[in-house]
Design a protein around this ligand. Structure first.
Ligand SMILES: N[C@@H](CCC(=O)N[C@@H](CS)C(=O)NCC(=O)O)C(=O)O
Length: 219
């Protein structure tokens, strides 16, 4: 397998977590978002939406981290990252979708650049935009986690990692880079602490990736 990705990209990070949880090894192909490598014609041929990650597996190219992670779950079901029960699966997918559909897309690099350039916002203005959507999403996830009395604290669902944890942990990393205040979300932060200590999560952390350098700060 080959994973086209960037160390600080949260969609890449969540995919690395899933690969590691499944015990799958892969070749790390860096796509330097900070150098605009995703905007080249060569990369457009690899990923038509010009985003990371892209996974090459079983002779095919897969895009969209959510689709990639669901593919991994279907083809490599052990260990499972989704519960068996349909309602439980829907709950896990809902938490992942809050991050993947409601939070990340509006804070993506291309959106931040547009806000900066078209609406002439400085770093504080862009951070205010990011914070707005992070606050809405994390408040919802915090409420969902707080209301779930069956859940073991430190995991989004049940007593072990699921797809939801991969999405939440990776997006908290992104939020903290942009100085979103995480103190109102203790249940979310307990997930980061518990899961972050597990090897598959720790090994997927942006700081441990081959393309991690102090000057590479773009997502
Ligand atoms: N929905 C896609 C988003 C992929 C994506 O856009 N990733 C970001 C990095 S986290 C990216 O490549 N951004 C480039 C840009 O916005 O120009 C996924 O989940 O894979």
């Amino acid at each position: 397998m080959k994973l086209y990705n960037f160390h600080a990209s949260s969609t890449s990070y969540r995919t690395r977590i899933a690969l590691n949880l499944k015990g799958l090894t892969y070749e790390y192909i860096p796509v330097r978002l900070d150098k605009g490598e995703h905007l080249t014609e060569a990369y457009r041929k690899i990923n038509p939406m010009r985003g990371v990650p892209t996974l090459e597996a079983d002779g095919v190219r897969l895009y969209q981290s959510g689709a990639i992670i669901e593919y991994l779950e279907e083809v490599y079901p052990d260990p499972p990252l989704l519960p068996k029960d349909a309602v439980a699966r829907a709950r896990v997918r809902a938490i992942a979708a809050i991050v993947g559909s409601d939070m990340h897309p509006v804070n993506n690099l291309r959106i931040r650049n547009f806000i900066r350039d078209t609406y002439r916002q400085d770093a504080d203005g862009v951070a205010a935009w990011i914070g707005l959507w992070n606050k809405a999403g994390f408040a919802a996830i915090e409420a969902i986690l707080s209301e779930d009395k069956m859940r073991q604290r430190g995991f989004c669902f049940g007593s072990g990692p699921t797809i939801a944890d991969a999405f939440v942990v990776s997006h908290v990393f992104s939020a903290q880079r942009f100085k979103t205040d995480m103190t109102p979300y203790p249940e979310v932060m307990a997930v980061v602490e518990t899961c972050g200590a597990l090897e598959p999560f720790a090994d997927a952390h942006p700081s441990r990736q081959p393309d991690a350098q102090p000057q590479a700060q773009q997502k």
